[in-house]
Design a protein around this ligand. Sequence first.
Ligand SMILES: [Zn+2]
Length: 47
Amino acid sequence: METMETFKCLRCGHTFQDKYDAKVLKERSCPRCNSNSIRLMKQAKDK
Ligand SMILES: [Zn+2]
């Protein structure tokens, strides 16, 4: 299932939202600095 998740750029610290599907590996790049060091910010609701 595709959901909107928050991603954070490890290079410039910019955060943005994009669609995310755990079954699909998709390359992302930061819309601000174009780095591909992007981290998915997991929501803290399921521990
Ligand atoms: Zn960036």
